[in-house]
Design a protein around this ligand. Structure first.
Ligand code: GCB
Length: 888
């Protein structure tokens, strides 16, 4: 019995092979035609129709202006389809890789399909086509708030539009199929992978829209050089309109070359549908295959191919400066390349599935990935919300299943952050139960759909809350978004906090799925403090976090929040509408913090003058001196560094926690900095040229006076990148020097105390930090400048008053926004005894948080210099910033 069966099988295979050889070149497989070019677009229903190319969003610019909010509504895209007559007997589909967030597709006026959710792909079958050049597709996209679609709220901008590729799929009547979840219908995975053996499993669905036929499914595994390793086949009969699920025999691989971050080796499967009768290949899907095995250990961390491998990297949002989420694929791929260059091996694709190109790049570069659906902050307790979440989860898994880089599927981020029904205990409990139920259902669905990966939920710092809500026990891994030293506490609390969480939850591997501090690269501080947004604070914060993460084996992985700055409409702060926690800027310029990770993670010798990108600096000289000592930080993974100032060695210093800090003697003008290190016998160096403006402490007659730009109520430096001006912190007046007389520093009230100065968006400027701090109730400002003619500009902004917006993401305590009454202040200003401002009623005349400038000229003829005197009529006078220029 056994032998006759196997003889039969061999005979069949023999027949099949000869048939395949005969017809190996007869191909009629799928065509994917990119449709990105030349669409018409109309925002809403009344605006003018524009010609655009995809990717496209209608929110690229309206998120950047001073008006709150951005367009959330309908946009309609139209395009003529150029269809070849020979495609009449094919199956045609449109494939949308992503459209935010509800999409309806019409062809020749007839609705052919729709899709819910902005971050996964979907396929729409075409029908009713004329093939005469008049076929027109019309796509209605809507990014309005919808209580049944995740995300409901989040700290990122929900850009609307057809923002990923759209293509036309021309398929034979029999083809691989997954209409429902937008995948290609072919699923490939490695199983029983070890150093010596592996099996490759290919399964999927096919559909036959033609007459009944016999179909052969084959899959060939090739190595990275294209050499065939093995082939498997399967014969089936498909009736008309039948869908068949297939599972090919396992492909054996002996001594597989394993995929890993250091060696991301990719095999490939080419899976074909062959018409048995004609021998024609009717469909073909190529899939890269990475063979690897992994596990998470609660105490020892993550293991890849039996070797310990700490997951460390960053999260990524998909937007880019000036483009919103409509970013060309090659620019997106650069993000993964930058992460790799940084030494990262882990990408948290947050908070939603992203372009396929991202995971393709992860596969190619050896970055392990976690992907999640966008349930953020809260849920809606509705059948529709649950159903939509489940479809998103299935789409995410099925569309991204074949990427070897993916090791984790996730589904909720800080779901208890926006607690609903907080004032009704019973109702709140019901809400919590519903969250738990949704989590469990998504967990079960995920494990059933893909038992080869781990599951994850990311929580905010309320550890007890998540335990109590039953959410910690559900996923296989638990992620914590921790911001000690940012939203609350001190950075030093981070490590002990990790130990506490580990003790509290001893049975679940822990990831730090978020940590970060805002860094506005225009801001510097030599006494950095939380919320000042300085690069220097960011460096201190990340140094502590890196150390604490690396030394704890039970932290299986960590992802910096965020790889790059990203748009978040509701944020105000120093760069309104942008979350500045990126290691890179919105246009992907590295900040020093990026180099810090590079030095900490990369094994190749690395050396960088950290402040090299801070090309324009300034500082106040000591009395009677013409130089300024300022910190220069060299970021490196070598043991020691030698630093040169304008060609002269300053000596050699040890590198501690990836940095060596130098008191650099800056002279006025051009300064050359060179850092040199020897690592593994190889000399590496970095050079920087920094233009330094020495501001005299005491002015002398005849001395050239440069422009002086002063921030009041602030200890930071601010660089106006457009004007190339450096703003220095104020000081109190000393004889013969310059500074303020009297006054106190503005301190925000209530929840806004979480900011440095005010966190209000100052309208009428992009240099918000110039206006966000101020001195209140000052008596005078005096500058003992040399004789000459000057232009004096006073910068004001009322910082107290309604319109106050508080940080939307204070994770420690979400105190409701308190409406503030605008401060009433009326004051006069005298410039060298001459009244220049009379009865300035700041809030009444200019409102709250508007940039106000008052410019005056004065001539200094004696050694008294410039003196501004402030006289209160009502309330207390303020001054936010001051600018003095000598004029001819
Ligand atoms: C978080 C959120 C993330 C925010 C981040 C922040 O915990 O998960 O979406 O962007 O904090 O910067 O506040």
């Amino acid at each position: 019995m056994k032998s006759s069966l196997s003889t039969g099988k061999s005979l069949f295979l023999l027949l099949l092979s000869s048939l395949l050889v005969l017809n190996a070149f007869a191909q009629d497989s799928r065509k994917i035609i990119n449709l990105n070019k030349d669409w018409s677009f109309q925002k809403g229903t009344n605006s003018t129709v524009e010609r655009i190319n995809l990717p496209h969003t209608w929110n690229a610019f309206d998120v950047m202006d001073d008006t709150p909010g951005y367009y959330r509504g309908i946009g309609t895209y139209k395009k003529k389809l150029v269809l070849k007559p020979e495609w009449k007997n094919k199956k045609l589909y449109l494939y949308f890789e992503g459209a935010n967030q509800v999409t309806e597709v019409f062809v020749n006026g007839k609705k052919l399909g729709s899709h819910i959710g902005g971050y996964t792909g979907f396929r729409i079958p075409l029908s009713g086509l004329k093939f005469n050049g008049t076929d027109e597709v019309s796509v209605k996209v809507d990014n309005s708030y919808n209580e049944n679609i995740a995300p409901l709220t989040a700290d990122f901008t929900f850009f609307g539009g057809l923002y990923r590729n759209v293509s036309l799929m021309v398929l034979a009547t029999a083809h691989f199929d997954d209409n429902q979840y937008g995948s290609k219908g072919v699923f490939v995975r490695g199983e029983n992978v070890s150093q010596t053996n592996a099996e490759v499993l290919v399964n999927g669905n096919l559909v036959n829209h033609g007459v009944a036929k016999k179909i052969i499914v084959t899959s060939v595994l090739t190595n990275a050089n294209g050499k065939k390793i093995n082939e498997v086949k399967f014969l089936t009969s498909a009736k008309a309109n039948q869908t068949i699920a297939f599972q090919l025999p396992k492909i054996q691989v002996v001594n597989p070359i394993l995929w890993s971050p250091d060696h991301p080796y990719l095999y490939q499967t080419t899976t074909k549908l062959i018409d048995y009768q004609t021998g024609k290949v009717v469909d073909e899907v190529k899939t890269t295959v990475g063979l690897r095995f992994f596990s998470f250990d609660v105490a020892k961390g993550f293991f890849l191919n039996s070797k310990p491998c700490k997951l460390i990297g960053a999260s990524r949002h998909q937007d880019f400066a000036g483009m919103g989420n409509a970013v060309p694929v090659d620019l997106q791929v650069k993000d993964v390349e930058l992460l790799k260059d940084m030494g990262g091996n882990f990408l948290r694709v947050a908070h939603y599935p992203q372009d396929q190109a991202i995971l393709d790049a992860c596969d190619r570069l050896g970055i392990l990935a976690s992907v999640e659906i966008p349930i953020v902050n809260e849920i809606t307790e509705s059948v529709a919300f649950t159903a939509n979440c489940k479809v998103m989860q299935l789409e995410m898994i099925k569309q991204n299943y074949n990427h070897p880089s993916v090791i984790i599927w996730a589904y909720m981020n800080e779901v208890l952050l926006r607690m609903r029904h907080a004032d009704n205990a019973e109702r709140k409990q019901q809400y919590l139960n519903n969250i738990e139920k949704l989590a469990q259902e998504l967990e079960d669905l995920t494990r059933k759909t893909d038992p080869t990966r781990y599951t994850l939920m990311s929580n905010h710092g309320d550890v007890n809350g998540y335990i109590k809500a039953g959410l910690v026990k559900i996923p296989m891994l638990v992620g914590w978004n921790l911001y000690q030293g940012w939203y609350g506490g001190k950075s030093e609390d981070f490590g002990p906090n990790l130990d506490k969480i580990h003790q509290q939850i001893p049975d679940k591997p822990i990831l730090v799925t978020e940590f970060g501090a805002d860094v506005d690269p225009r801001i510097h501080a030599f006494a950095p403090v939380r919320f000042d947004k300085s690069l220097e604070y960011g460096m201190l914060y990340h140094q502590i976090y890196i150390k604490d993460i690396l030394k704890r084996p039970f932290i299986v992985g960590a992802a910096v929040w965020n790889l790059a700055d990203f748009n978040s409409e509701t944020r105000e702060e120093t760069m309104p509408h942008v979350n500045n926690k990126g290691l890179l800027t919105l246009d992907r310029e590295p900040k020093n913090t990026f180099f810090l990770y590079k030095a900490s993670l990369q094994t190749k010798p690395f050396l960088k003058i950290g402040d090299g990108s801070w090309k324009l600096r300034s500082g106040v000289a000591n009395v009677n001196e013409n130089k300024v000592i300022q910190l220069v930080q060299v970021i490196s993974n070598t043991d020691t560094v030698e630093l040169f100032a304008n060609g002269q060695s300053l000596g050699r210093k040890a590198v501690v926690e990836s940095t060596s800090n130098w008191n650099f003697p800056f002279k006025d003008g051009v300064n050359q900095i060179k850092a040199v290190a020897i690592s593994k016998g190889i000399k590496i160096e970095d050079n920087a040229i920094i233009n330094f403006v020495v501001q005299p402490f005491n002015f002398k007659d005849g001395q050239e006076f440069k422009q002086l730009n002063i921030l009041l109520g602030s200890q930071r430096q601010f660089i106006d990148q457009q004007k190339q001006e450096v703003w220095l912190p104020n000081k109190t007046y000393e004889n013969g020097s310059w500074g303020s007389i009297g006054g106190e520093i503005f301190k925000p009230k209530g929840n806004s105390r979480q900011s440095y100065g005010s966190d209000k968006n100052i309208k009428g400027t992009t240099n918000d930090p110039i206006y966000q701090t101020q001195l209140i109730g000052l008596d005078a400002y005096q500058l003992a400048v040399p004789k000459g003619k000057y232009e004096v500009t006073l910068h004001f902004s009322e910082l107290v008053g309604t319109g106050a917006s508080n940080l939307p993401y204070n994770l420690d305590s979400l105190i409701a926004t308190n409406k503030e009454v605008p401060e009433q202040r009326i004051f006069d200003v005298f410039l060298n005894d001459k009244q220049v401002i009379e009865g300035l009623n700041l809030s009444a005349t200019y409102g709250v948080a508007n940039a106000v400038q008052k410019k005056f000229e004065c001539v200094v003829t004696d050694d008294k210099g410039i003196k501004l005197v402030f006289k209160n009529i009502k309330g207390k006078a303020v001054l936010n910033a001051l600018q003095i220029k000598q004029i001819k």
